[in-house]
Design a binder for this molecule. Sequence first.
Ligand SMILES: [Zn+2]
Length: 416
Amino acid sequence: MESVELYRQLLGLTAPWTVERVELDIVQQQVAVHVGHPAGQRFACPECGQELGVYDHQAERVWRHLDSCQFLTYLHARPPRVSCPKHGVRQVTLPWAQANSRFTHLFEALAIDVLLAANVKRAAVLLRITWDEAWHLMERAVARGRAAKGTEMPVKMGVDEKAIAKGHRYMTLVCDLEQATIEYIGEDRKEESLAAYFDAFQQEAREKVEAISLDMWPAYINACRDKVPGADGKMVFDRFHIMRHAVEAVDKVRKQEHRALMEGGDDTLTKSKYLWLTNPENMTDKARERFAELKSCNLKTGRAWALKEALRELWSYTSEAWALKFWKRWYFWATHSRLAPMIEAAKLIARHLPNVLTYFTHRITNAVAEGLNSKIATVQKRACGYRNPDHFKIAVYFHCGGLNLYPAVLTHTKVR
Ligand SMILES: [Zn+2]
């Protein structure tokens, strides 16, 4: 009898629910806690709350609960049903578990803490659940957290593509630049990949978006223009992406020049690729020496590199007017450089200039998204063994979504 009272308290059961009996299985190392309610008890309809007599009981169900020492502990009960005149025959709400869960709220909360701290395989071992159960738990926690997010959109957001499975598959990521959280993961990097995110919100919520940081990628631009009112004043082409285009142009110049030099037996540029791509501050002394030498050689690659370095300054201006003045000078210099890849990059940026200059109104970049990317990379590393590609999405939302993952009834647990 004492153990009955002990388990009633451990389970945090309140009236009308009570522990009827406890069975200990020493061989299996299991505890079975049988939970019931007094005869004649009335329960509320889960839809409208009307108090009704019990209509019938469903077959016994079992929920995994927190272990009692090393003993696996299971809660057993037959869920009552009520027959509501309005809503028909319904199972009543059980206070210890979410509908359709095989775990109690307290077990789920513990499991979430363990899954946040360890990878899925390790967590499953610690919790003595299967791999599939662990994923199911995460999936439900994510669904719960996302449902609780509400109907508001981030005021400042970043959109980026992400290659997974070694570039065989692309995802579209939307992040909240202020909260540094992943808000959405869409399949592929097409217009509809991003449009689907906006479609989940009312027009009113979309109007409140103030700024969107993105790459000069037509599919994303079209989706923003189509779905976000006033998108042309809100889109900011991310400076890091723009600089990446310039860096790629420098590399093209180097490749072309290296090939031409080698034809004449000149190996000046051999093994110099990373020197042109690395920030000189991060170079070893030896590399810095060689790079200084190369720069003094009057190479095409050197001129391309200087153009690229100069472009960085664009974002250092405080006023748009001064930035525009700088841009015009840079554009003249680049387009008269006789370096085809640099001319191409300059023209690409020029075509998108209005939304390069919106930076001076909104001052946002995808730097936060880049930070999230490294967090995602860790999740991805753990993803090596993912049998189900959707596991990647679940794991990213779980670890980077800024969601409240815990069952709502457990108000005393951590809220992130
Ligand atoms: Zn009802």
